[in-house]
Design a protein around this ligand. Structure first.
Ligand code: AMP
Ligand code: MG
Length: 418
């Protein structure tokens, strides 16, 4: 195509700005209380504030003996043993001039200020609990975990807008939070277009391919905390596409489709969305990707609507477009604080001599030397590249890369489910 006839390309940043402006007006209003136990992947609508110090009291991080450091001025000091304290047992205040047999996690008794690990002590049998020879003079504070050293009373441990990771579940539990207030999960209707698509398990007739996007997108939606309504494969016909959109709009916040957003005669998504609601059809200056349809579909009655996003059909295009355009919308709908994860500066262990005029997202992987290498085939149909990769190298339009240059990497682990 001659330069003049090329459609205007929008930058991904401009597209994101538009998407987020719409999504932020539609943050899901419904809040739910969930058990912390079942909160993985949910987004907090209210922050978690600690009503206690963690740990709640000084305790020992070693099995050994607790004492006043001043009572053991030199290695080899012998002290009588006055108490035995397993974890969970609260002892008496320390009698000065004695040692306390103590086990990891037990509260250090009042008056004791140091613990000597058992490997540096020798128990001596005798009356009652006997005595102990301490073979290393302790520093005050040694092996003592201080009250509140992890969390202090009144501290906000998890802010509203945080997605609950496994470690956040643990942190909430550590401050005693048994229930969390989260946003409702986004409800997303998903369908694929394409008369060539068949499902795994079906026979592959001539001209057919297996529907991989249905699986990739389902996985991405589940990882993003969504409730997925799968509407299967919709035939490449306008009436069927319109009917599928109407069904999808009922009861869902977002309709997500793959395929059928180009300008071919068999691409019915855009006219169908236009007829059922409103549409912005974009050509985005990104590779893979480019065609992206955004809009909304009216619900019955017409006074409410479901958002719509139509992804390109090529498997890597739909994967990358989801991560860079759909995932931020889903995060915004859930009131998530981060729209996009930060990228890393990494060393390119590859050359990229012929860049595209679009911003490119190259499938790349770390090597053992701390640089990144590229999957040899960067075609938008090669899904193998997306499984092989650790991340996407984010190359500005027209950017030539020489081995050793620093480039920006977006880790897939941060993009998926973040
Ligand atoms: P389209 O965007 O419909 O023109 O499709 C672009 C390319 O992606 C074509 O080669 C399609 O066969 C392929 N494709 C579309 N949808 C899927 C899908 N769900 N799974 C795998 N490949 C697909
Ligand atoms: Mg198609």
């Amino acid at each position: 195509m001659a330069e003049a006839q090329r459609p205007t390309l929008l930058s991904l940043d401009d597209v994101l700005q538009r998407l987020l402006a719409v999504a932020r007006e539609r943050v899901l209003p419904d809040l739910e209380k969930v058990d912390t136990f079942d909160s993985l992947g949910r987004v907090l609508a209210r922050s978690v504030v600690s009503a206690l110090d963690v740990p709640p009291a000084d305790n020992t991080s070693m099995d050994g003996y607790a004492m006043r450091a001043a009572d053991v001025p030199v290695a080899g000091t012998v002290l009588p043993v006055s108490q035995r304290l397993p974890a969970g047992v609260v002892g008496q205040p320390l009698q000065p001039g004695t040692a306390v047999r103590i086990f990891t996690g037990a509260q250090v008794p009042a008056g004791a200020d140091a613990v000597v690990m058992q490997e540096q002590c020798n128990a001596i049998d005798g009356d009652a609990l006997g005595s102990v020879r301490i073979d290393a003079a302790p520093q005050p504070g040694q092996w003592v975990r201080r009250r509140g050293e992890d969390v202090q009373l009144g501290a906000e441990v998890l802010a509203a807008g945080t997605r609950i990771t496994p470690q956040a579940m643990g942190l909430a539990a550590s401050v005693g939070a048994s229930r969390l207030t989260v946003r409702r999960r986004p409800r997303v209707a998903l369908f694929s277009t394409g008369d060539e698509l068949v499902m795994p398990g079906e026979s592959l007739k001539p001209g057919a391919i297996y529907n991989s996007n249905r699986f990739t997108l389902r996985g991405l939606l589940l990882a993003a905390g969504c409730q997925v309504a799968d509407l299967g494969i919709v035939p490449d016909r306008l009436d069927a596409t319109r009917a599928a959109l109407r069904t999808a709009a009922a009861g869902n916040d977002l309709i997500l489709t793959s395929g059928g957003v180009s300008v071919g005669e068999e691409d019915h998504i855009k006219p169908a969305v236009k007829a059922e609601g409103w549409l912005e059809a974009w050509q985005v200056a990104m590779k893979p990707g480019k065609p992206l349809a955004f809009g909304a579909v009216r619900r019955d009655g017409g006074d409410s609507e479901a958002l719509f996003m139509g992804l390109p059909g090529n498997p890597v295009s739909s994967f990358v477009t989801f991560l860079l355009a759909v995932a931020p919308v889903l995060r915004a709908l859930q009131g998530c604080s981060t729209a996009m994860p930060a990228g890393l500066q990494v060393r390119a262990d590859f050359d990229w001599p012929r860049p595209d005029r679009r911003r490119e997202f190259l499938r790349a992987r770390f090597n053992a030397q701390g640089g990144v290498e590229l999957f040899p085939n960067q075609s938008s149909g090669v899904l193998t590249s997306a499984v092989w990769a650790d991340g996407l190298v984010d190359l500005p339009p027209g950017q030539v890369v020489q081995r050793g240059d620093m480039v920006r990497l977006l880790p897939l682990s941060a993009l998926i489910g973040a």
